[in-house]
Design a binder for this molecule. Structure first.
Ligand code: SIN
Length: 281
């Protein structure tokens, strides 16, 4: 097995490993590479949905995520999909976010497996939130370290966009569910349970405001952090091919699916690994 870094802040490609056949030694190396690079890309994998579920369990227990319609036959898999005739419409994951950061115990890893792709476009970006935190001044780090932020599943709740909001019809988003308005506090900076490094933990999809402050008071600093967190030098970019599997760590990354492929179909299968309560600095 060979691991080649793709960018300085995050991302590496793994060669010479078929994940369904990975033994304990190989998985130890994969976990070490994940701790170092935060997102790994495995090319030329050939999975059935059952095998993807087995591979997901190599990373930890599966989390069944709320507010998204699962595949009928596989309740632990989401089909991330946009059809060729869905033009000028939002895609799934098209704004920077960390998956389900509004849960009390947000997911650790996400696995995304590519099945059908546009000839060009439909890449995904990741941004290292270790790099984002470490690039802040000492003063800003000291300010942020003790802060908490309110997170909600905003797009799915009654305060979020209604059913008429244009988003790809192919990913069944459950909207207008009042439970999605539940406010969950997360630390603004979290300590990664494996690497012990600090990472920023706010994102423009789910983070509403700082605890104890109004939205208008929070917005200027949040907007600054959202822009800072996704600076180009903290990112890596994946050009997918059918059979590519990406595995990423939501505890130290944001990600975004680029929506630049109107007129083409894109289909990937997504599974999620359970996480833990965020560790505070
Ligand atoms: C997601 O946010 O999980 C979707 C990412 C993608 O489709 O590239």
């Amino acid at each position: 097995m060979e691991v080649r870094a793709l960018a300085p802040s995050c991302g590496a490609e793994v060669f010479g490993l078929s994940l369904p056949e990975a033994g304990a030694d190989a998985m130890q190396q994969v976990h070490a590479a994940l701790a170092q690079h935060a997102v790994l890309f495995f090319r030329d994998q050939r999975f059935t949905p059952e095998q993807q579920l087995d591979v997901t369990r190599l990373f930890g227990p599966i989390l069944r995520v709320p507010y998204i319609q699962h595949m009928d036959a596989y309740p632990d898999i989401i089909a991330v999909q946009k059809e060729a005739d869905e033009r000028r419409i939002s895609n799934f994951g098209g704004t920077w976010h960390s998956d389900f950061s509004f849960l009390d115990e947000p997911p650790s890893y996400t696995l995304l497996y590519a099945l059908e792709l546009p000839a060009l476009g439909g890449d995904t970006l990741w941004a290292s939130q270790y790099a984002a935190y470490e690039a802040l001044s000492d003063g800003m780090q000291r300010l942020l370290d003790p802060l908490w932020a309110v997170q909600t599943a905003w797009p799915h709740g009654t305060k979020g966009p209604g059913p008429g909001t244009a988003v790809s019809r192919s990913v069944g988003m459950v909207r207008n569910d009042p439970s999605a308005d539940r406010e969950v506090l997360q630390p603004v900076v979290r300590v990664h349970p494996v690497t012990r490094r600090k990472a920023l933990f706010v994102n423009p999809v789910y983070t509403q405001r700082f605890e104890g402050m109004g939205e208008d008071e929070s917005r200027p600093l949040l907007n600054y952090l959202f822009g800072h967190a996704t600076r180009a030098e903290f990112t890596c970019r994946l050009r997918w091919a059918p059979g590519t599997l990406a595995v990423w760590d939501n505890r130290c990354l944001l990600h975004l699916a680029i929506n630049d492929y109107d007129g083409s179909r894109r289909l990937l299968h997504r599974t999620t690994v359970a996480g833990e309560r965020a560790v505070v600095p």
